[in-house]
Design a protein around this ligand. Structure first.
Ligand SMILES: Cc1cc2nc3c(=O)[nH]c(=O)nc-3n(C[C@H](O)[C@H](O)[C@H](O)COP(=O)(O)OP(=O)(O)OC[C@H]3O[C@@H](n4cnc5c(N)ncnc54)[C@H](O)[C@@H]3O)c2cc1C
Length: 407
């Protein structure tokens, strides 16, 4: 059991978490949930510049039977759809997978409530970290209002050295949540990749979630080699909102946007093992999909476990060699010729069974799932050959033991 610092000095902490966003709060919540008594938690400070949380994003992800996040999920869809204008594929799982929607404000509120019940854990809002200096005896964290010392620091900020240009692709999106004056007339399914198409700036698709009887989230998403501003998609998102509302009246209740790096360079070793980087800037998003929420929750739980067991933080796990290579091939193929992307995703939806595809998309494919994905791909000599060769290479090496972990 980890022994908290006995000192009442409020300027020294066992653990300082920089950033009370998804990763920072997920780690704090995981510690709260895992600790047997609130007083046994390490003395922790989470530092967040925001004075108040707002519903700034919607987190969606596939999950089986809502086990982990059931209190956070506002809506689940048992059916989701991929499609172009000409061809659509509806998928449902045979083993309980659903597409879940977590409004970020629900996540922030639950985190704040849970943290407030743990006297050892403090969320300090309205405060910004301006520097981190590892010293021989501790790590000094400079705030805009003074400085504190920590045994360990988990830093969820995007590192200064992060260069979005180096991501193989950028996932750029603009979303608008609308509330209709009348009941919506659209089918209650999650249209996760609708109207997939390509233009001179890359591959793009629509994303449509009927959240309740009257509210719909519509988003336009682009995968592009260039780091375009999300606002370049606002007009298209408004057009989509008009189209989906079928000309009936609506009001805009919320807008959200972002750029997610897809395929970032591997993490460099931490400069100091007591200062750990995590989050979207160090590869939290799955390269080929941009989904990060579930991966962050998984890391947070694992990290909380090791903190409580040994006092040590756990860095964000790297993707297996197999997935990393496959994702890289997808991304490079789309970057080099975005017009291939609709058929690439469509063939996965057309040919791979929903549960297999989900396991692949959510980081837990078995060997048959990977094979099914490879076989499903369009027969472009390059993509197919590279993937088959890759899989053969990994299998051969596995027999020699070298790739056991990757497979
Ligand atoms: C609009 C939007 C929608 C998304 N939707 C999905 C989705 O549906 N599914 C999915 O899987 N992923 C989604 N993502 C991707 C990913 O899940 C999120 O980006 C997620 O918030 C990443 O978590 P994070 O902790 O790395 O970053 P953040 O949540 O951004 O947290 C970083 C925190 O650091 C704080 N910070 C910054 N500078 C400082 C400083 N100097 N001192 C202290 N704190 C600082 C910030 O205020 C912030 O709270 C979405 C991203 C966005 C932007």
């Amino acid at each position: 059991m980890h022994t908290p610092l006995l000192s009442e000095n409020s300027s020294s902490y066992d653990l300082v978490i920089i950033g009370g966003g998804c990763a920072g709060l997920a780690l704090a919540m995981a510690i709260c949930k895992r600790v047997t008594k609130p007083s046994h938690a390490p003395k922790t400070l989470i530092i967040e510049p925001r004075a108040q949380y707002i519903d700034d994003r919607s987190w969606c992800f596939w999950e089986r039977e809502n086990k982990v996040n059931k209190n956070l999920v506002a809506k689940s869809w048992p059916t989701w759809e991929f499609g172009t204008k000409l061809e659509q594929h509806k998928h449902s799982s045979k083993s309980g997978w659903q597409y879940n929607y977590v409004p970020s404000i629900r996540f922030y509120d639950q985190a704040e409530q849970l943290i407030s019940k743990h006297e050892q854990i403090t969320l300090l809002k309205n405060t910004r970290v301006t520097g981190v200096t590892p010293n021989p005896s501790n790590v000094e964290v400079t705030l805009d209002s003074g400085s504190i010392s920590a045994e360990q620091v988990v830093d969820t900020r995007v590192p200064d050295s992060f260069d979005m240009n180096k991501a193989t692709l950028k996932q750029i999106f603009y979303g608008i949540e609308i509330e209709l004056t009348t009941k919506n007339a659209i089918e209650d399914i999650a249209r996760v990749m609708e109207d997939m198409r390509a233009d001179s700036d890359g591959f793009l698709f629509n994303y449509i979630l009927p959240i309740d009887e009257k509210s719909i989230l519509v988003e336009v998403t682009r995968f592009s080699g260039a780091p375009l501003a999300p606002e370049t998609l606002r007009e298209a998102a408004l057009e989509l909102a008009n189209h989906i509302s079928d000309q009936s009246k609506y009001k805009i209740t919320r807008e959200e946007s972002g750029v997610i790096p897809m395929g970032v360079a591997p993490q460099v070793e931490a400069a100091d093992p007591r200062w750990l980087r995590t989050g979207i800037g160090v590869g939290a998003a799955r390269p080929s999909t941009g989904y990060a929420f579930q991966r962050i929750q998984g890391w947070a739980d694992m990290c909380a476990k090791t903190i409580l067991a040994s006092g040590q933080c756990q860095s964000f796990p790297s993707d297996s060699a197999k997935l990393a290579w496959m994702d890289n091939i997808f991304l490079c193929t789309i970057r080099d010729d975005p017009t291939l992307a609709p058929e690439l995703f469509l063939s996965l939806a057309r040919n791979v069974k929903p549960d297999r595809l989900l396991r692949f998309l959510t980081d837990c494919p078995n060997r048959t799932d990977v094979l099914a994905v490879i076989v499903s791909l369009p027969k472009w000599p390059l993509v197919r050959t590279v993937l088959v060769d890759l899989f053969r290479g990994l299998s051969t090496r596995k027999r020699g033991g070298k790739w056991r972990k990757a497979l």
